[in-house]
Write a protein that binds this ligand. Structure first.
Ligand code: NDP
Ligand code: MG
Length: 398
């Protein structure tokens, strides 16, 4: 059964407890806004962040969670003391593994994973193993560890609701119909800030980070400019909905009103449209199968006039094409692909390499990797570490 179809009946009672992983990031902060506007239907009981101690302390002071965690700190003793002062009743963890600890031990009904990168995988597995709902923004969970997610769902009896806007759209259109009824799933891509750029290979970090539609974290913004993000999203959709590769595609759609188009075998196409606002899929992942009212966001019919959809030009987005090659290869290939990209994008943002070098580094790492069947988290951590080392070497030599 597709991963995204394993949903239980609606929960009894109006209030859900929520753990927010990556609470200091773009998705995390928007999630806290959604929870604050939920008329008490959501209680935030746990927070975790990467390294932004100041912002995490401010969130802990205002929300008073039961658990709070920081993954990276140069001064763990001082960080622990600051967090304990900010939330005196909370259990505090600082150091590697803290995010996964929150997912496993917080007891929250819903774990929203807004961590960036493969670092989010272990926490996702922890939430599913104990039968929680995983509201998943961290697409790397499915890209890197799709088969482990499937096993964790089966063992723990948890449920997974996608937050990524295109997958949220597809999830709503599919409405749990068997994958055999699906003729084609199409995800849309706005094309990002470099769609009209004359020579995208030389674009600067400032140009790339100026996304015309979405305001997101730095890595996903760079990945969107390269359409690498869309490649990751096709892998994510392949795992989530069990759609075979020949029935999956992506189109350029500058207006970013339509997020997914689902064509069924009988000739009908359902599409999901909404303003480009991540709070909409975040809220749905918390409320599903209910829908909670939002007085602000919705589209008028006139907002759908003149929408354009165009094929992704072959050869223009090498990082997108690489992601598809790794996705089709399967096994540990997407893990190596993702890790190489994380390193290459960080090097680009630091000004160490030009943008054009990012797909080149990813390509060379993927070519060096002999994919294996995915057996365990430890194996994936090993591949991830190897690919990071290989990418760093290429980045240094670049
Ligand atoms: P951000 O960079 O804005 O936020 C990332 C969050 O992850 C921060 O809270 C950061 O903490 C935390 N973090 C970083 N490294 C680690 C680590 N090793 N362990 C634990 N936590 C860590 O990213 P976004 O919010 O943009 O994206 C988050 C995820 O959601 C990504 O997978 C992205 O692809 C996906 N997504 C994002 C969308 C968006 O609109 N932003 C849309 C759809 C999907 P700190 O800042 O404290 O270091
Ligand atoms: Mg998306």
């Amino acid at each position: 059964m597709p991963v995204a179809a394993r949903l239980r009946a609606p929960r009894e009672g109006p209030r859900h407890s929520l753990a927010v992983l990556g609470s200091t990031g773009s998705i995390g902060r928007q999630t806290l806004d959604v929870a604050a506007g939920s008329d008490d239907r959501i209680e935030v009981v746990a927070l975790s962040a990467g390294s932004n101690l100041e912002r995490l302390c401010a969130q802990a002071r205002s929300l008073r969670p039961r658990a709070v965690a920081l993954e990276h700190s140069t001064d763990p003793i001082a960080a622990r003391a600051s967090l304990a002062a900010a939330a005196p009743a909370a259990e505090v963890r600082v150091g590697p593994g803290s995010t996964a600890w929150v997912a496993r031990e917080s007891g929250a009904d819903i774990v929203l994973n807004g961590v960036v990168g493969a670092a989010g995988l272990e926490a996702s597995l922890g939430a599913l193993e104990r039968g929680a709902r995983l509201a998943l923004a961290n697409k790397e969970t499915l890209v890197v560890g799709g088969s482990l997610v499937r096993e964790a769902l089966a063992r723990g009896g948890g449920e997974l609701v996608p937050v990524d806007s295109e997958h949220s759209g597809a999830f709503q259109c599919l409405a749990h119909r068997p994958s055999g009824e699906l003729a084609r799933l199409t995800l849309t891509a706005s094309g990002g800030p470099l769609r009209e750029h004359r020579d995208w290979t030389c674009a600067t970090p400032a140009e790339v980070l100026r996304h015309p539609v979405w305001s997101m974290g730095r890595r996903i913004t760079v990945d969107s400019a390269l359409l690498f993000n869309k490649g990751l999203e096709l892998i994510e959709a392949h795992v989530l909905f069990e759609v075979p590769w020949p029935r999956l595609d992506a189109v350029l759609h500058r207006e970013a009103r339509v997020h997914a188009l689902v064509t069924f075998v009988d000739g009908s196409t359902l599409l999901q449209a909404a303003p480009p606002d991540m709070k909409i899929p975040i809220r749905l992942a918390l409320s599903w199968p209910e829908r909670w009212d939002d007085p602000v966001a919705s589209l008028e019919p006139r907002d759908l006039a003149g929408l354009e959809f165009a094929p992704i030009p072959a050869g223009r987005y090498p990082a997108f094409e690489l992601a598809l090659v790794a996705g089709r290869a399967g096994g540990t290939a997407p893990c190596a692909l993702n890790a190489a990209d994380e390193v290459a994008v960080a090097a680009f943002l630091e000004g160490a390499i030009p943008l054009g070098q990012v797909p080149e580094i990813v390509r060379r790492v993927v070519e060096q990797h002999a994919p294996e069947r995915v057996e365990s988290l430890e194996q994936l951590l090993g591949v991830d570490a190897w690919a990071r080392r290989a990418a760093r070497e290429l980045g240094v030599r670049a």
